[in-house]
Design a protein around this ligand. Structure first.
Ligand code: SF4
Ligand code: MG
Length: 324
């Protein structure tokens, strides 16, 4: 297994008290596989990813439990220099906002070339040639000229391609993409997502795709982990989950996106808001918003029940939910 996150817990100190951002998250990603981590903002999906990358703001963020195994090795037990080496060469992250992730005072060619110089000891001249190749690979027109441009001279979509190129430069085994297309227009979103999916196949890397948009994951993900209030509430192969969700929250998310196969159906909105992470409701954290909630839901936190070998649901009544 490429990446295994086991019972990860992360807390933040805030003025309102301790925020329980990640409350026992477990997931796996294999080589060549795409896992979509889906959730509203504040569900803990980005914080989990930052913990995996080792870029959590510490303090105020603190990992209070769990393991992050990369090829069987617990990253949380490594020294910072070893961690940094893995982060540079074996795992990479793509952020939502390329403009703040890229260095504004360096040309994109210099930034790409730097990766090869620093991590591979490539000569400047060869590194420049590699930079052009990479820009070409992510389909930036006139790459040979545009390597001399600065990040702000590119459109949002092109900048996102450059960030993908940066992430893939050293052919990492694992890429984490945090809302990689959220800031883009819908048509550009689709192009960038297609490119990412294509490169993932070509490089056979494991991809963790973090998104709040269930609409973008159907075509690219193998499996989905749905997060709510710092927990995974459902985890399943993407097609199983689309066909029949085993958690009322997933059902609500599915019912709130327009689907071509269900034309004419009324769109639904999950009532209420996600809880504050300093005051997560007792029992099932989703109970104040759940149309299926019963007394037991207000007191007993549901474990992640095994629905079948490849599926889990943190709902006491997952069977009813599956049956629709
Ligand atoms: Fe709803 Fe209860 Fe299931 Fe939570 S455990 S999702 S409140 S039915
Ligand atoms: Mg986020």
């Amino acid at each position: 297994m490429l990446l295994e996150v086991r019972d990860l817990r992360v807390e933040f100190r805030t003025r309102e008290g301790v925020a329980h951002a990640v409350n026992g998250v477990t997931y796996q990603v294999d080589a060549g596989e795409t896992l979509a981590v889906l959730g509203e903002s504040g569900s803990g999906k980005s914080v989990t990813a930052q913990a995996v990358m080792g870029i959590l703001d510490m303090p105020p963020g603190r990992i209070t439990g769990g393991e992050i195994l990369f090829r069987g090795q617990d990253l949380l037990k490594l020294k910072e220099d070893e961690r940094r080496r893995i982060r540079g060469a074996e795992m990479a992250m793509i952020f939502q906002d390329a403009l703040s992730a890229l260095n504004p005072v360096l040309t994109v060619g210099d930034q790409l070339a730097e990766m090869f110089v620093v991590h591979r000891g490539t000569s400047r001249k060869d590194a420049r040639a590699r930079a052009v190749e990479l820009m070409d690979r992510v389909r930036i027109p006139a790459a040979a000229q545009r390597v001399r441009d600065y990040p702000h001279q590119f459109s949002g979509g092109m900048r996102q391609r450059i960030m993908i190129a940066m992430a893939l430069a050293l052919e990492p085994a694992l890429v984490i993409a945090d809302e990689p297309t959220t800031a883009l227009d819908v048509t550009v979103q689709a192009q960038v997502m297609d490119l990412l999916a294509e490169l993932r196949r070509e490089y056979r890397m494991g991809l963790v795709l973090i998104t709040h948009d269930l609409g973008v994951v159907a075509d690219v993900a193998d499996r989905i982990a749905v997060m709510y209030a710092g927990r995974i509430v459902e985890s399943a192969p993407v097609h199983d989950l689309y066909k029949a969700p085993a958690h009322p929250y997933t059902r609500g998310l599915l019912d709130s996106i327009p689907r071509l196969d269900l034309k004419g159906r009324e769109l639904y909105a999950i009532k209420g808001l996600p809880p504050s992470l300093t005051r997560i409701p007792p029992g099932c954290a989703f109970h104040p918003r759940c149309p299926m909630a019963r007394d037991v839901c207000r007191t007993d936190p549901p474990p992640l029940y095994e629905v079948d070998q490849r599926r889990g649901s943190a709902c006491h009544f997952w069977r009813e939910c599956l049956d629709g």
